[in-house]
Write a protein that binds this ligand. Structure first.
Ligand SMILES: Cc1cc2nc3c(=O)[nH]c(=O)nc-3n(C[C@H](O)[C@H](O)[C@H](O)COP(=O)(O)O)c2cc1C
Length: 241
């Protein structure tokens, strides 16, 4: 293997200012908010969940609420702080270098060829206009890796300019952010009794075609669905609070 050296990141002496990519406006569909953590139960203790986590390759279709639960617990915005980088920093359940969170999660539910983007602040899905045809080859490529008519496809799309505003040689940080996100997703899916499997494909060359060259980059894929061997975990939902 010819190892591609990504060098070691350093914080820029003077941060750059980056204007985040403006995704085209799309129809927004909110998930129900989940205000409380799932009830403390021995079998969803984090160590027990990690112990029983496995990559699972059989899926049944997820409904909108189950997908919302997954994203609430692993990807929503929990806190925001201003920065001099041109965008706000965020706290989410996953760690991210510099609290930058440069990775967008794109979602293709099983029942459609349309792709959506998870909006971490509003906790909902935004349709990505035009992505149906752009990402059709990726949908097929994913099915070639792991056939999965009933799985929801997840595509991690990085916006390297965000990380690069703060760090020189920040490429490896983005790959590590992608790994951290996959790991937290896998553990969250297990806690919710969902089936989850990372895929080795990155989403390239298709993911980067969603924007002008150099703005977006595919950094991973995964499949998620209901686990046919287990009943779904019910998390409390209080949308009216
Ligand atoms: C980065 C990454 C890429 C992976 N790619 C695939 C894949 O393309 N197809 C697949 O079936 N499993 C894939 N897996 C799952 C691994 O095969 C799995 O983690 C490994 O066999 C260990 O099993 P476990 O996750 O059940 O512990 C991937 C896992 C990771 C972390």
């Amino acid at each position: 293997m010819a190892w591609i050296k990504l060098s070691s990141p350093t914080v820029r002496e003077t941060p750059e200012t980056y204007a985040p990519f403006a995704w085209p406006d799309g129809r927004f569909q909110a998930f129900p908010a989940i205000w409380d953590a799932p009830p403390a139960r021995e079998d969803i203790d984090v160590l027990t969940v990690i112990e029983r986590r496995r990559s699972r390759r059989s899926f049944v279709s997820l409904n909108h609420d189950q997908l919302g639960q997954l994203f609430w617990h692993c990807a929503r915005t929990q806190g925001i702080a201003t920065s001099d980088l041109g965008f706000d920093l965020e706290q989410r359940p996953t760690p991210s270098a510099g609290a930058i969170h440069p990775i967008h999660i794109l979602v293709k539910p099983a029942q459609t060829h349309k792709w959506f983007r998870y909006d971490a602040r509003r906790h909902g899905l935004l349709e990505v206009e035009g992505s149906e045809s752009e990402l059709k080859p990726l949908e097929e490529c994913s099915k070639g890796v792991l056939p999965s008519e009933d799985a929801t496809q997840l595509l991690l799309v990085a916006e390297p300019g965000k990380t690069s505003a703060k760090y020189e040689c920040g490429e490896s940080l983005i790959w590590r952010d992608a790994g951290a996100l996959l790991a937290i997703m896998a553990v969250t899916a297990e806690a919710l009794n969902l089936a989850f499997c990372p895929l080795g494909i990155t989403g390239e060359p298709w993911a980067s075609e969603l924007a002008a060259p150099g703005i977006l980059m595919g950094v991973g894929m995964a499949l998620v669905g209901g686990n046919p061997d287990r009943p779904p975990e019910r998390a409390p939902s209080k949308p009216n609070r």
